[in-house]
Design a protein around this ligand. Structure first.
Ligand code: NAD
Ligand code: IPM
Ligand code: MN
Length: 352
């Protein structure tokens, strides 16, 4: 029997609350399937760990993670630890260290999920965001000169390599071709006169290899406007690291909220483990009350099963979430309900 080794990093705030529900579901699926098992090892890394030990993860953390099949992460970040430390020393270390250069984020309006846009049918909000996840605006290149002096200056570079742009754009074209959907590139070459001109050029070059894929290109400001005014124009979308970060929170807003937005950080070559996580953060405003919506975390478990090759289970999990939404009996407060995180997790479990 195949045993999938999963490293679980619940992290901070609502992270542990939603991860518990995701893992419960994953184990239930394994039991029901019967042909595979899950071995989970939990890591207590995060801000509490940092406050005790001065590190976000163990020194040999990456070494210990590297042989897992996947990582399931809750959220990172807590008041009391500067965000650039907590995120760079854990989440971004993993994304970069394991070359998880694809950040796959569905923006899909499920039946029963609230949409704040007027007169929009659920079919019109069905996008697959493919966010570059290894470089760009998040390369971590820059400097801070004359710190604290009157002539103080900071520089934050955007780093766009040919190899980095080509591989993410090619991944997006492959996805669009497989799904028979259009591909939209989002950039900003009118103002970012090196990085985004280069991005657009590479998009054009790669597109010649895929004459069967219909393409569109928008500037990021117009893209955000159209996502609200006319979301139906977007199917598969490829964009840079920072633009993808921002647009997928906007995407979450039009597809039911942060509690429903899932994401996968993929190393498509499978040389390293991929990481599955809700796209929301640690939500300190609601943490510790047992009311966080676990649906995003559960959806990311569905992405994990897709990645392992169990697409049927992935689809069944999504359908189970959808049935819970449609019934409307077990919903957390972000969706207008009064149920707890656990009650929603159990409702999904029952539907599966
Ligand atoms: P956030 O996503 O944590 O919260 C934004 C809003 O969405 C809040 O009102 C929150 O209550 C709500 N929300 C988020 N998840 C929810 C859920 N599952 N159910 C119901 N409501 C939910 O973003 P933020 O407040 O900007 O950031 C908080 C902390 O999280 C910061 O430290 C930030 O750096 C970190 N962060 C981490 C990740 C990650 O680990 N992947 C992602 C984003 C932010
Ligand atoms: C996300 C988060 C992270 C990002 C932060 C916490 C570094 O916002 O996963 O969307 O910007 O990638
Ligand atoms: Mn984000």
């Amino acid at each position: 029997m195949k045993t999938w080794k999963i490293a679980v990093i619940p992290g901070d705030g609502v992270g542990p609350e939603v991860v518990a529900e995701g893992m419960k579901l994953l184990k239930q699926v394994a039991r029901m399937d019967g042909a595979f098992a899950v071995e989970d090892i939990w890591f207590p890394w995060g801000c509490e760990y940092y406050l005790k030990r001065g590190r976000m993860m163990d020194e040999d953390g990456m070494e210990r993670l590297k042989d897992f099949d996947a990582i399931f992460l809750g959220a990172v970040g807590a008041p009391g630890v500067p965000d650039h430390i907590s995120l760079w020393d854990l989440l971004l270390t993993i994304r970069k260290g394991f070359d998880q250069y694809v950040n796959l984020r569905p923006v899909k309006l499920l039946s029963g999920a609230p949409c704040p846009l007027k007169g929009v049918k659920k079919e019109e909000v069905n996008m697959t965001f493919i966010r570059e996840n290894s470089e760009g605006e998040y390369a971590g290149s820059g400097s801070w000169l004359y710190r604290g002096k009157p002539q103080e200056v900071v520089i934050q570079d955007g780093v766009f390599s040919r190899a980095g742009c080509e591989r993410i754009i090619r991944y997006a074209f492959e996805t669009a071709r497989r799904e028979r959907r259009s591909l939209t590139s989002v950039s900003k070459a009118n103002a970012l006169n090196y990085s985004m001109v280069f991005w657009d050029q590479i998009f054009d070059e790669v597109s010649r290899e895929y004459p069967d894929v219909e393409t569109h290109a928008y500037l990021v400001d117009a893209a955000s406007m159209f996502m609200v005014k006319d979301p139906g124009r977007f199917e598969v979308v490829v964009t840079s690291n920072l633009f993808g970060d921002i647009l997928t929170d906007l995407g979450a807003a039009i597809a039911g909220g942060m509690g429903l937005a899932a994401g996968a950080n993929l190393n498509p070559e499978r040389r390293y483990p991929s990481m599955f996580e809700p796209i929301h953060g640690s939500a300190p405003d609601i943490a510790g009350r047992g009311i966080a919506n676990p649906m995003a975390a559960v959806w990311s478990v569905s992405q994990m099963l897709d990645f392992f090759g169990y697409e049927e289970w992935g689809a069944r999990i999504l359908a189970a979430i959808e049935r819970v939404l449609v019934k409307g009996e077990a919903l957390t407060p972000d969706l207008g309900g009064t149920s707890s995180t656990q009650e929603v997790g159990n409702a999904i479990l029952k539907e599966i």
